[in-house]
Ligand binder design. Structure first.
Ligand code: F6P
Length: 358
């Protein structure tokens, strides 16, 4: 009897349940009745605390279109010390012991960058691990696409579409703050799809003078409104030149809840234009996965089951050249896939006159 654990960790996203279902369906095809699937509750916390449940085939029915994760999730256990009250708990030791207690043959872990660091650690500690790349940020190294991204892009684009009509009516400047602290994929893609005039991403530090110039140019050419798609992790050119400590201190002094509000103040002081900020926030991670994410998550899930059947452990299922391929966890862990500043899509955006504020 094969015993396989499944765990979802980090921020949730659309397509997690579709991926879980893909893994389960694939395992049932590979092993028939000779497999037991265990759902670990609330991410790595469940593995640390020994909180899990045996799943039945029925548990995986009707979840393809469901948002969130039926298993629950949590952020990195190494940061969330306050959740596991006893700081003396050796989390890695606990995870290994619980894996062994459950007599697992393999643990399938669905997560983003932080999750992959821990997954690689567990793999190095001798556990059989297979992972799937999930995040709305699309910033996992080794895969061209993560599930969750496409659905979030649809939502963010929809926000930009809706903002267009009100921005035009009122002749206003709008900042739409889009998720992505370290990578600007979501802002870039939805920004182009949603017709933003200025796109600001963490990979391209902005210069307020350049933004003001673009806005003034639009005004002069008779445009009644302007829309900025702004990633939550943007930084100015000045901030980009700071050391880590100096940057942290400068941000701590900020009187605004997010960088977008500071930017709005700077723009309104410089342009005299009426400006509004919209922050769709976690809305971008909610609801049903779009068809592309359902498909991608299912492909990843099925690939995980195949890897387990072949006893190929220590890999992430990745999308490369439209095929699902295994990438070693040691290559994925600790890296971040940012937007290359000279990428074709950035060039396309520039070609149609979108400004990156640089
Ligand atoms: O990693 C996905 C993500 O949605 C980021 O885009 C965002 O910065 C972050 O999670 C928000 O984290 P939390 O859900 O913990 O507030």
């Amino acid at each position: 009897m094969k015993k396989i654990g499944i765990l979802t960790s980090g921020g949730d996203c659309q397509g997690l349940n579709a991926a879980i279902r893909g893994v389960a369906k694939g395992l049932y095809v590979e092993f028939g009745n000779n497999v037991e699937i265990y759902g670990i509750n609330d991410g790595y916390l469940g593995l640390i605390n020994g909180s899990y449940r045996k799943m039945k085939p029925d548990d995986f029915s009707g979840i393809l279109t469901l948002g969130g994760t039926i298993l629950g999730t949590s952020r990195q256990p190494f940061k969330l010390m306050r959740v596991v009250e006893d700081n003396s708990v050796d989390k890695v030791k606990n995870m290994k012991e619980n894996y062994k207690k459950m007599k697992l043959d393999c643990l399938v872990i669905l997560g983003g960058n932080g999750t992959h660091k821990t997954a690689n650690l567990l793999s190095e500690e001798g556990l059989n691990i297979v992972t799937l790349p999930k995040t709305i940020d699309n910033d996992i190294w080794g895969t061209e696409m993560t599930f969750g991204f496409s659905s979030a892009m649809e939502i963010a684009t929809n926000v930009l579409d809706c903002i267009h009509t009100t921005a035009t009516s009122h002749s206003r400047v709008f900042i739409v703050e889009i998720m992505g602290h370290k990578a600007g994929w979501l802002t870039l893609h939805s920004g182009i799809a949603g017709g933003a005039d200025i796109i600001l991403i963490p990979e391209i530090p902005y210069n307020i003078d350049s933004i003001v110039k673009t806005l003034e140019h639009r005004n002069k050419s008779g445009k009644r409104f302007s829309i900025l798609a702004v990633a939550e992790g943007i930084l100015s050119k000045k901030e980009a030149s700071m050391g880590k400590k100096e940057f942290k201190a400068a941000r701590a002094k900020m009187a605004y809840p997010s960088i977008s509000y500071r930017l709005a103040k700077e723009i309104s002081e410089r342009t005299n234009q009426e400006i509004r900020v919209t922050v769709p926030g976690h809305f971008q991670r909610g609801g049903s996965p779009c068809p592309y994410d359902r498909l991608l998550a299912t492909r990843f899930g099925a690939a995980a089951a195949k890897l387990i059947a072949e006893k190929k452990y220590g890999f992430m299922a990745a999308l490369q050249n439209n095929a699902i391929v295994p990438v070693p966890l040691s290559e994925v862990a600790g890296k971040l896939k940012g937007v290359p500043v000279d990428s074709d899509i950035i060039k396309t955006a520039r070609d149609i006159g979108i400004s990156f504020g640089d």
